[in-house]
Design a protein around this ligand. Structure first.
Ligand SMILES: [Zn+2]
Length: 385
């Protein structure tokens, strides 16, 4: 077979597999019809895919009403993918099948961010997820990691200000430790992808911004169905959008950054002042206290106001169909929702707010880990079949 024929064959096979992933159960003749391929081609390529155990056939065969065709299905249990969300105060890891369904999870709360301290914790978390994976033809197909920082196209973490990491090669460390492909992504990009792929209400949104509001703030921007990464992969650092030229000092070296006013970090710093104590302060404890302490309620109102004001800039610039607010602050939706919406209403251009839908993520806290795991699965499918 010539290399040209090889490449046509491989393209056809990919198309068949993708159709089965998207539309299973589906018969061979329906595939032939939809893709405009000869039945013989579909038949021989699906036999190869069945041999690779990435699809399987199922069906009653003949029935009283005549012969019913055998259906082809995607074998989502052919392998398992791992998605890790490295937060500033947590590490969240999930094991998913090839459809992105969660099989197991691992969560740790952390307070120290040195890379040398965190790396063993990340490795431990991955190992536990590997141990939890059922036997399968392809085993662990890879690990995807979302980190709160600037990641270049090669997967190196150049700068993660809230972790204090600079020039860290997490990908190489993890590939050495586990000998599987590792993908590193900015956590907000991974979160945006998680929303796009796994949130049924966002599935059809081709222009979507995911605002990851944790200790810091990042935003993943999906334009025309694709993640916008920028020239070198550095885009999405919305947390460092300046909202006050003479404002609070930020960990990035600048002042007045959005995340100094609208993040979990800002909430905790302000709460410390208002409550005169940092003891036992956490987002969760503040959510509880807000029910009884009006001072704490108004802290959330202030944070929501700043969060909404920043989102209005995103709406004015990108005109997305949808903005999804995710990560830790989404846990405070009942307290933030009103002030966020009021601020957006005040600051957004009329045309831009007409159709924009603003919602809190229903995938919280899994948006980033799901997206990271999905990147791995897509790469596995693209390179192996
Ligand atoms: Zn900054």
């Amino acid at each position: 077979m010539s290399s040209y024929q090889q490449s046509i064959k491989s393209q056809n096979k990919k198309q068949i597999l993708q159709l089965i992933i998207d539309h299973a159960p589906i018969s061979r003749s329906a595939i032939a019809k939809q893709l405009g391929m000869a039945k013989g081609t579909v038949s021989s390529l699906s036999t190869e895919l069945i041999g690779s155990e990435i699809i399987y056939e199922y069906g009653p065969g003949s029935s009283s009403g005549g012969r019913r065709p055998l259906m082809l299905l995607f074998n989502e249990k052919a392998g398992y993918s791992i998605g890790i969300d490295v937060g500033v105060n947590y590490i969240m890891g999930i094991l998913t099948n090839l459809r992105g369904e969660k099989i197991a999870e691992q969560k740790q709360t952390i307070s120290v961010h040195d890379f040398d301290y965190m790396l063993p914790l990340i490795i431990q978390s991955i190992q536990k997820l590997i141990d939890a994976s059922p036997p399968s033809p392809y085993g662990i197909i890879g690990v995807g990691v979302g980190v709160p920082g600037i990641v270049n196209h090669q997967g190196s973490i150049l700068f993660a200000p809230n972790l204090g990491w600079e020039q860290v090669d997490l990908q190489e460390e993890l590939e050495n430790a586990f000998d599987v492909p590792v993908t590193i992504e900015n956590e907000a990009n991974a979160g945006a992808y998680g929303e796009k792929k796994h949130n049924s209400s966002s599935h059809l949104s081709d222009n979507l911004v995911y605002v990851s509001a944790g200790i810091g703030i990042g935003a993943g921007v999906i334009i025309n169905g694709e993640i916008y990464r920028g020239e070198k992969g550095y885009s999405g650092e919305f947390g460092h959008m300046m909202i006050d030229m003479n404002g609070r000092k930020c960990s990035c070296g600048s002042v007045g950054c959005w995340e100094m006013y609208a993040s979990e970090k800002a909430l905790l710093l302000e709460a410390e002042k208002v409550l005169d104590s940092a003891e036992g302060l956490s987002l969760e404890s503040l959510i509880d206290q807000a029910e009884i302490n009006p001072k704490v309620t108004s802290l959330f109102t202030e944070i929501g106001d700043c969060l909404g004001s920043g989102i209005s800039s995103i709406l004015n610039v990108f005109n997305p169909q949808k903005v999804v607010i995710g990560n830790r602050l989404a846990l405070a939706e009942p307290l933030l929702s009103e002030p966020v919406k009021a601020a957006i209403d005040r600051h957004t251009l009329n045309f831009h707010k007409e159709q924009a839908e603003i919602l809190f993520s229903s995938l919280t806290p899994y948006s980033t880990s799901l997206g990271a795991s999905h990147f791995v699965t897509e790469r596995f499918i693209a390179t192996n079949f």
